[in-house]
Design a protein around this ligand. Structure first.
Ligand code: EPU
Length: 302
């Protein structure tokens, strides 16, 4: 436990935040790996400013945990506190063809809520696991849709300044699996511009994409989606596959037979098993193709 100031912990409750000491990150990540860390659940947005200021005063580093679907935390105890947002209803508010969504909302559910209002344009994202906030950070994308181009504005808590700002979309903010928010920006709410489309049509599109995904990705196993990015013009999955690496195992971690850019936690893997398997992939792809792979998952070190 790195947060030991019980007076601060008590104050937090009053602001609308709860302290959860020594939680196993493996319970909060889709890969099912990661060691112990202290957590603070933010129940009211107003709690963010005093909590972050209090942590800063005490010299305690913090990170933000969303849906945990694209992170790979190390096995050792983490020397920082992870904040989690639980700031109100995960429902969507509508204004014409615009949707205002709380970043703590689940992405897939939000896509369907929009669909029920006959608003489409984000169907490709329906099978991407995680929160809307995580999707924005990573500029999540699938099947030709990325979330970035749909964004009109994002309400952000700038931790360094302790202020909330509505940031209007600007060119270059979102790139392939990347956004230009500051590391300590906490995204709170997004305004997306969608397209009017009949629910039935959206649903048919979603169904066909889900079918494609089921066939090509190991959806029933624990994973963090694609583990490496695709280098420009290349497919990492295809390269790993062509190297005959599907099924390669290190400890409890296995390269999926269904999609070679997915590492699955099949036999109670540790984060260390996954790191070793990633190193092996990196080496083989470099040797075989002369290509240096870049991680797509976010590695949480100490
Ligand atoms: N392929 C193989 N073997 C494999 C996997 C793929 O030969 O084991 C081939 C496929 O046959 C296809 C090509 O590689 O010809 C591309 O494969 P796929 O359509 O599955 O797409 P991808 O480039 O591997 C990307 C995203 C996925 C996203 C899909 C669908 C990245 C790193 N990956 O995968 O995103 O779901 O397109 O749009 O950009 C993620 O970001 O975590 C993720 C899973």
């Amino acid at each position: 436990m790195i947060l030991t100031d019980l007076e601060f912990v008590k104050q937090m409750e009053g602001w609308g935040a709860s302290f959860l000491p020594g939680r196993m990150l493996s319970e909060y990540t889709s890969l099912g790996v990661g060691g112990p860390a202290d957590m603070i659940v933010i129940r009211r947005v107003e709690a963010l400013e005093p909590v972050v200021a209090g942590l800063r005063e005490r010299g305690i580093e913090w990170g933000l945990l969303g849906g945990g679907t694209n992170v790979l935390p190390v096995e050792e105890a983490h020397g920082k506190v992870y904040l989690r947002l639980a700031t109100g209803a995960a429902s969507v508010a509508f204004d014409g063809i615009e949707a205002r969504i709380n970043t703590a909302a689940e992405l897939g559910r939000s896509v369907m809520e929009c669909a029920m209002k006959n608003l489409g344009g984000m169907e490709g994202l329906v099978g991407v696991p995680g929160t809307v906030g995580g999707a924005l950070r990573m500029n999540a994308g699938a099947y030709g849709t990325e979330i970035g181009p749909l964004v009109r504005s994002v309400k952000v808590f700038h931790a360094a300044a302790g202020k909330i700002e509505e940031m209007v979309a600007e060119p270059g903010r979102f790139r392939y699996r990347k956004s230009s928010f500051a590391p300590d920006d906490i995204l709170l709410e997004v305004r997306l511009q969608l397209q009017e489309r009949p629910f039935r049509e959206i649903l048919d599109h979603v169904k066909s994409l889900n079918e494609r995904r089921r066939k090509s990705q190991p959806l029933k196993e624990k994973s963090a989606g694609c583990i490496f990015k695709n280098p420009p013009g290349l497919s990492t999955g295809k390269m790993i596959d062509e190297l005959g690496m599907k099924g390669t195992r290190v400890g409890g971690a296995v390269i999926s037979e269904r999609h070679a850019n997915f590492i699955v936690n099949r036999f109670e893997a540790t984060a260390t098993d996954i790191f070793r398997l990633m190193d092996e992939i990196r080496e083989r792809v470099l040797k075989g193709y002369g290509v240096t792979l870049e991680e797509e998952v976010i590695v949480w070190k100490n």
